[in-house]
Write a protein that binds this ligand. Structure first.
Ligand SMILES: C[S@@+](CC[C@H](N)C(=O)[O-])C[C@H]1O[C@@H](n2cnc3c(N)ncnc32)[C@H](O)[C@@H]1O
Ligand SMILES: [Zn+2]
Length: 169
């Protein structure tokens, strides 16, 4: 894995390991691609069973209704970027590729994080919320990594891409 010019991986107060800026990263910088094996939703369900996992932990990113990117297979350091409810990065999808970009200028030492907005079922109840507890520590913390409404990470990223392209609906 080649060394990323913007961040290093070390222990995080949020969870496990995280990505920390090694230099000032200016707002809008495209930091890294979320890389990994492209698999179907069925295959991701086969690999990771949320129900039986003691503590939910995966390196999956939902690209769209057909494809999930598994950062645990052929991935890179992007898989260590944690979730925050008040993030300094965002995931942008362009031409079926996922990029992590700086939402604001990040100082050296700052932990990189984006809003995972895990897909939630319409009827997501408290038990499901509890399965994905958030420890981002922000005052804006939702308490859960699940998306606030029905938007998934992929849908939100696509909407942002449209807005950027001036096609907001
Ligand atoms: C893509 S990994 C991020 C790297 C992870 N910290 C590690 O050391 O492997 C995603 C997993 O990290 C954990 N995680 C990330 N952000 C979190 C947060 N804000 N609160 C709690 N757990 C988090 C969850 O277990 C999640 O499934
Ligand atoms: Zn949070």
């Amino acid at each position: 894995m080649s060394k990323n010019p913007y961040f290093e991986i070390r222990r995080s107060r949020i969870q496990g390991r995280g990505a920390f800026a090694t230099r000032k990263i200016r707002k809008g910088t495209r930091i890294i691609e979320y890389a990994g094996e492209r698999i179907t939703h069925e295959e991701s369900d086969r690999r990771y069973d949320d129900e039986t996992m003691q503590r939910h932990h995966t390196f999956l990113f939902t690209l769209n209704s057909k494809t999930v990117v598994d950062g645990a297979a052929n991935g890179n350091a992007s898989r260590f970027i944690n979730h925050s409810c008040d993030p300094n990065c965002e995931a942008v999808i362009e031409d079926r590729r996922i990029w992590i970009e700086a939402l604001r200028t990040i100082q050296p030492g700052g932990e990189l994080a984006y809003d995972y907005q895990y897909e939630r079922e319409d009827d997501a109840d408290e038990k499901e919320e509890a399965r994905y507890p958030c420890r981002c520590g922000s005052v804006k913390c939702r308490g859960s990594i699940l998306a606030p409404r029905r938007r998934t990470r992929a849908v939100a990223a696509e909407a942002r891409a449209r807005r950027r392209a001036g096609q907001a609906r």
